[in-house]
Design a protein around this ligand. Structure first.
Ligand SMILES: C[S@@+](CC[C@H](N)C(=O)[O-])C[C@H]1O[C@@H](n2cnc3c(N)ncnc32)[C@H](O)[C@@H]1O
Length: 249
């Protein structure tokens, strides 16, 4: 059975990157495609290029207030105020600092792989005096957040550009507390009116297909209140009891 994929790849000029065991995804295909993406595919989706730190100014464009309605996004996630929130791929901190003010008794971990972005985040932290933001240098495979400490993981316009999406999500699942959530905010590929490059958009169906590789995650809700973006929320299975000890669900 395991030989068939190798044969298919050989015939179509594709290369598997990763083990073939059914227990150990991922299976990435190496193949050219849209020039805005990298030559690597996951579950039929071409992975987008990482947005360089040179584009940090674009992340702060005032149009985002109208196009993305950050306050509506924050309200949709119904924070209590004492959570640990992780903003993975925080960029210049457009969402990081907005979330930090909503969790005054908690904190926001701002995770980045580009040191230049972390430098911007650090400057902004100093300039605003907002103290409950912790900066974390991650890697392409690991956001380096430690185990079972995060209530909510937020990824705004980020997941589609992970070079190793499977490894990133596996690591995030470990970092979540039982019952913790992961919220993906991705531009709707279903809507041709959304003026974003194709490899930087995702369908809900595609995202849910990719999350099937992570059996400890269950789809919780999809919130369609933003003009251009899906908010797709997954929960880590298992809920804390009143003493904070997790029990399988
Ligand atoms: C399009 S920007 C979005 C920034 C921010 N979320 C926002 O909406 O303003 C994507 C960011 O994700 C970061 N990124 C890409 N892959 C990453 C990874 N594996 N871990 C952490 N950050 C990553 C990039 O460095 C880039 O700053």
């Amino acid at each position: 059975m395991k030989r068939l994929p190798i044969l298919v790849c050989f015939v179509f000029g594709l290369v598997w990157e990763g083990p073939l065991s059914a227990q150990t995804p991922p299976v990435y295909l190496i193949r050219q495609g849209d020039p805005n993406g990298i030559p690597k595919w996951y579950h039929g989706r071409q992975i987008a290029q990482v947005m360089g730190h040179q584009g940090a100014g674009w992340l702060e464009r005032p149009e985002r207030e109208v196009e993305e309605q950050p306050n509506k996004l924050i309200r949709s996630l119904r924070l209590k105020g004492d959570e640990v929130v992780a903003d993975i791929g925080a960029g210049s901190g457009y969402y990081t600092f907005r979330f930090a003010t909503k969790v005054p008794k908690g904190k926001v971990l701002a995770v980045e792989i580009q040191q230049e972005m972390l430098d911007l985040l650090s400057q902004r932290k100093q300039a605003t005096g907002i103290k409950n933001v912790e900066l974390v240098l991650g890697t392409e495979k690991d956001p380096a957040m430690g185990d079972s400490r995060v209530d909510l993981i937020l990824m705004v316009d980020v997941y589609h550009e992970f070079n190793f999406p499977f490894e990133m999500i596996e690591s995030m699942v470990k970092s979540l507390k039982p019952g913790g959530r992961i919220a993906f905010v991705e531009f709707r590929l279903e809507d041709p009116q959304v003026p974003i490059k194709l490899v930087h958009k995702m369908t809900e169906k595609q995202l849910r297909k990719e999350m099937l590789d992570h059996p400890r995650l269950a789809h919780d809700e999809t919130i369609e209140t933003l003009p251009w973006q899906h908010i797709i929320v997954f929960k880590k299975k298992g809920a804390p009891d009143q003493k904070g000890i997790s029990s399988p669900r």
